[in-house]
Design a protein around this ligand. Structure first.
Ligand SMILES: [Zn+2]
Length: 318
């Protein structure tokens, strides 16, 4: 019998339930939606979660499509799923938990007697650490971004190769291979010996069909490659960036972006212009380094210093 919160499944069964993480302000119990799929045959354990950031819904879209397609009678091993991690932010369609204004992905491994976010991190980490592989489904929030997988453990970590392999199998086509900030699940879990990636499935308001589809295919690649499901996976070369340069607006106005997302840029290429309301060009910003045009703001209007775009740098392939 495999249990996660109130969900319980015997081999060959699946169940859904709730993982309790405290109460809301009116005393209602907060239960994160969870699913357990216990394969008929023995095998490894995969943990997946979505909406660690409450406005990042593509991962929820992926799980919504993947879970109904899983037949526990045909699977080996166990799949543990937390469908919506950042309960409070999800309720109000925000990025951070409004109870403590914190990102979940800075709070791992969490603290079960800590803040609201630390308690949610501790509860989900408790499930994640039972796994042999972890997929933490994110997106570039509501900004526009390419589909990519993040490897956050750092290049000197003993699990670096294993995390890169997982990213290659997930096959978004792009990988950001850069040590992440403290508190990320994709850093805390490798420290426990569990290969982990953070697939970043585009960036949008609501759902983006293309990125959800990339995520669904990525999950099924992982299930086949690591022996949870039948089938084989032909891995493809991934474009890897090891650096990430962010550009802000040197003046206020309206931004006109020049490259398309995913386009290669060379040092000195124009990334964007800042224009006035009558079309006059106030500033032109060029790339400091060559790389891949990776992420941009969604709205054109900017104040001086406001975020405009990012370029993935130090690019190679593996
Ligand atoms: Zn995120």
């Amino acid at each position: 019998m495999t249990t996660l919160g109130t969900a319980q499944a015997a081999p060959g069964e699946m169940d859904t339930g709730r993982l309790s993480v405290g109460e809301t302000r009116d005393g209602t119990e907060v239960g994160l939606p969870v699913a357990v799929i216990d394969g008929a045959d023995d095998g490894d354990t995969l943990y997946m979660q979505a909406a660690s950031d409450g406005d990042e819904l593509n991962g929820v879209g992926v799980l919504q499509r993947v879970v109904p397609q899983l037949d526990p009678a045909e699977l080996s091993g166990t799949i543990l799923v937390v469908g919506i991690v950042n309960y409070h932010a999800f309720q109000v369609a925000e990025h951070r938990n409004p109870i403590d204004d914190t990102k979940t992905n800075r709070a791992y491994p969490g603290d079960e007697t800590g803040t609201s976010t630390e308690r949610i991190a501790a509860a989900t980490f408790g499930a994640a650490r039972r796994a042999d592989l972890i997929l933490d489904l994110h997106q570039g929030s509501t900004s526009r971004m390419i589909d990519e997988c993040r490897v956050r453990c750092g290049k000197r970590h003993r699990l670096h190769d294993a995390c890169l392999e997982l990213a290659k199998v997930f096959d978004c086509g792009y990988v950001l291979d850069q040590k992440g900030p403290d508190g990320q699940l994709a850093r805390a879990a490798p420290d426990e010996g569990i290969p982990t990636i953070d697939p970043e499935l585009g960036g949008c308001v609501g759902w983006d069909e293309q990125s959800i589809q990339a995520g669904v295919e990525g999950v099924f690649n992982v299930l086949s490659y690591y022996g949870f499901a039948d089938g084989s996976v032909d891995t493809a070369p991934q474009t890897r960036a090891s650096g990430f340069e962010q550009y802000g607006a040197p003046a206020g106005g309206l931004v006109s972006l020049k490259p398309d997302l995913g386009q290669r840029v060379a040092r000195g290429d124009t990334l964007f212009e800042v224009t006035d309301p009558f079309g006059g060009v106030k500033e032109t910003v060029t790339a400091d380094s060559s790389g891949v045009f990776w992420r941009t703001r969604r709205l054109p209007q900017v104040a001086t210093g406001e975020y405009v775009c990012s370029v993935g740098t130090d690019v190679d392939s593996f």
